[in-house]
Write a new protein. Structure first.
Length: 260
């Protein structure tokens, strides 16, 4: 486990308190995400959401899915901020770190919105195209999971002590913002393939989100996480072959197909 036996980056008491705080943030984020998804259902494309609303939901969903897996780095860095700062300065530095991390995921959300708008438009024009869009999405996700960029980013996310030492060498200005952006970029690189399957599965599919969140968590924190990543990649390739013939694999692209 990247945090070391018993969570070696932090004393046990501090680690327990920190994970409690993670739960305080992650659980409400999941509740908000599930509540919004229940009202919207699962459909193709952006489901009529304007970009600001989509980004708000995207950031909430990101916090729900990613916070547990990035907690070892976040907890340790924020604890370091607490040791070297106090009062408003500590608050500002913490907000900078979190803001930098979410900034990267917001930028990725812009790409996701564009991809969903494009695929949604294609499915509206030709409903049967959804089957091939789904196949391509699973294919890209599988190849990414098995590719070198995924391996590099996953290795970074599985070695918190290594990059915490590197981050300690960052200098002002906006040091904590830069740390958040840097770690967020690796996190996006680690999860980009997994997030791609939300196109066929549905961007507001809570079951898919929960499943992907578990995969992200286990990939980063389990000793055999890289093996799981490759297994998931192979599974996505199998789904890419099945998708054109199995509409039930494509709930995020199926609504318009059913209108036929």
């Amino acid at each position: 486990m990247p945090t070391g036996a018993g969570g070696g980056l932090l004393p046990a008491r501090d680690l327990a308190a920190a994970w409690f705080l993670v739960a305080l943030v992650a659980v409400p984020a999941w509740v908000l995400t599930a509540g919004q998804a229940r009202g919207m259902g699962v459909g193709p494309g952006t489901m009529g959401m304007a970009l600001p609303l989509f980004l708000l939901l995207w950031v909430t969903m990101t916090a729900a899915m990613m916070l547990p897996s990035m907690a070892p780095v976040a907890i340790t860095w924020v604890r370091g901020i607490g040791r070297r700062s106090s009062g408003w300065k500590r608050t500002v530095r913490t907000v900078e770190f979190v803001g930098g991390y979410l900034l990267v995921w917001t930028a990725f959300g812009l790409l996701a919105y564009a991809a969903l708008a494009l695929t949604g438009g294609l499915v509206d024009d030709r409903p049967t195209a959804g089957r091939w869009i789904g196949a391509v999405a699973f294919l890209l996700a599988g190849l990414y999971q098995l590719g070198p960029l995924k391996n590099v980013c996953l290795r970074h996310c599985r070695d918190p002590m290594g990059h915490l030492v590197r981050y300690a060498g960052f200098r002002s200005p906006a040091r904590d913002l830069r740390v958040g952006v840097h770690h967020g970029a690796y996190c996006v690189g680690c999860c980009a393939g997994l997030m791609t399957v939300l196109v066929p599965l549905g961007v507001m599919n809570v079951a898919a989100m929960a499943g992907l969140a578990v995969v992200v968590f286990v990939e980063k924190l389990w000793s055999r996480g890289p093996l799981l990543a490759r297994g998931v990649g192979i599974a996505f390739l199998v789904l890419a072959v099945l998708a054109p013939f199995q509409d039930w694999l494509l709930p995020g692209l199926r609504a318009t197909m059913d209108d036929m």
